[in-house]
Design a protein around this ligand. Structure first.
Ligand code: SF4
Length: 415
């Protein structure tokens, strides 16, 4: 059976409640096993060098290199929790097949480690997951990004035990989307339509539209004000809208009728300032269209950006104000929150390199890195001669061990 053949539930809230009451569903890990995995996690993911730098006011000099770490970086609470639950699940079910429906987090090394522990990853092709190899009785791990309603329903009916590591910040957004649904509002989700978290979040909505950024939000706002009421006069605008958001809207979405009542939600790792600006834009748009008396019937919004994302972005804004020669941003190339950290450095005009691990830093003073457009590049002679100050930060899925290995590579090259 594949994901596409699983049927969508008509009552997401009821399904989640049923799951929570089930004795084959685990959403709080296995606290009795915490002690048994502590040392393993410490060895694999922590770093004494990073602890030293933290204790030293986030600055550390060796030879010609001064490292300045962001005051907040790396593993967030939700990611640490997801990894702990996965390790505990392995101990709790030593003889059972464990599956994970996606990467547990956006970090290749952590996912490889789980694979080494015998956890199998569900295969995906063209965005469709193949669940055909999963047998009743297998144990399913849901990653920190969560799972779609269709997946929840499928595994519940398939007789699987479920270890749910979904970050509570993500399920908080689901609750907001569920409120939109029950009040018959369309959810406008600030996010990336192909991102696992946004796929899961949108599955909780009856009607949704996903906007990537402020530019797309402005396009939608303009449509609400200038085209939605006069479709006969401007049919080409509707066609353009449908093409533009083809992959980013719910089935049967009609921009002329489904943008009259909108609620704002977001992928938790988007730039906080942009999410707020988008919410403000739609509030103003609905105010202009319907007036202050009717605003509550046409617009709802709550801030659902997670603390960890916000703290890392704030720390990055502070770090880029320091005198730095260059920045190194460490995190999975498909990590949304890491990409946003890179955006902050680039917007400041800093020479900044987004790498997904220490192996990107090569012996010949070249570096393999991802540009903001998503392309992978090799840059030569990236470390200048003489004394340098290097800013370092990492995304919420990046272990301290990886940060310290990258820093050690820089020290080696500058010896
Ligand atoms: S970045 Fe935020 S939402 Fe994502 S796992 Fe971490 S705490 Fe949870």
């Amino acid at each position: 059976m594949t994901e596409s053949t699983a049927s969508a539930t008509s009552n997401p809230k009821a399904l989640r409640q049923t799951l929570r009451r089930s004795d084959t569903y685990y959403a709080k890990g296995f606290p009795e096993l915490q002690e048994t995995i502590r040392d393993e996690l410490q060895t694999q993911y922590k770093s004494t060098l990073v602890e030293t730098i933290r204790a030293n006011g986030y600055t550390y000099t060796r030879g010609d290199v001064t490292i300045k770490l962001a005051q907040s970086f790396g593993f967030c609470w939700g990611v640490e929790r997801a990894i702990e639950y996965a390790y505990e699940a392995r101990r709790r079910f030593p003889d059972r097949q464990l599956w994970i429906t996606n990467e547990i987090i956006h970090n290749p090394q952590v996912n490889q480690q789980l694979s080494n522990m015998g956890v199998r990853f569900v295969v995906q092709q063209d965005g469709v997951k193949d669940f055909s190899k999963i047998s009743p009785g297998d144990v399913i791990l849901w990653p920190a990004f969560g799972a779609s309603l269709q997946e929840m329903e499928f595994f519940q009916q398939n007789g699987n035990e479920i270890v749910d590591t979904t970050c509570p910040w993500v399920s908080r957004v689901w609750n907001q989307v569920d409120k939109h649904r029950t009040r018959e509002f369309t959810s406008i989700i600030h996010g990336k339509y192909a991102h696992e978290e946004t796929i899961a979040t949108s599955s909780f909505a009856d009607k949704y539209l996903i906007v990537l950024d402020m530019e797309q939000a402005r396009y939608v706002a303009h449509y609400i004000l200038h085209a939605a009421d006069d479709p006969a006069a401007q049919p080409e605008l509707r066609t353009e809208f449908m093409q533009k958001f083809e992959k980013a809207m719910s089935a049967g979405f009609d921009p002329n009728t489904d943008l009259e009542r909108v609620g704002i939600a977001n992928q938790t790792t988007m730039l906080e300032g942009e999410t707020k600006a988008i919410a403000k834009l739609f509030e103003t748009t609905m105010l202009r269209k319907y007036g202050p008396q009717e605003l509550d019937d046409h617009f709802i919004s709550f801030n659902t950006i997670c603390n960890a994302t916000q703290e890392r972005q704030d720390a990055m804004f502070e770090l880029v104000e320091e005198p730095l020669d260059l920045m190194v941003v460490i995190g999975g190339f498909n990590s949304s929150n890491t990409t946003h950290l890179q955006e902050i450095a680039t917007a400041k005009g800093l020479k900044s390199f987004h790498i997904d691990g220490p192996a990107c830093i090569r012996d010949d003073n070249s570096i393999r890195h991802q540009t903001l457009h998503g392309g992978i590049q090799i840059s030569q002679n990236w470390l200048p001669a003489g004394a340098i100050a290097v800013g370092v930060t990492s995304g919420a899925s990046t272990p301290d061990r990886m940060v310290s290995d990258a820093i050690e590579r820089i020290f080696q090259l500058k010896q």
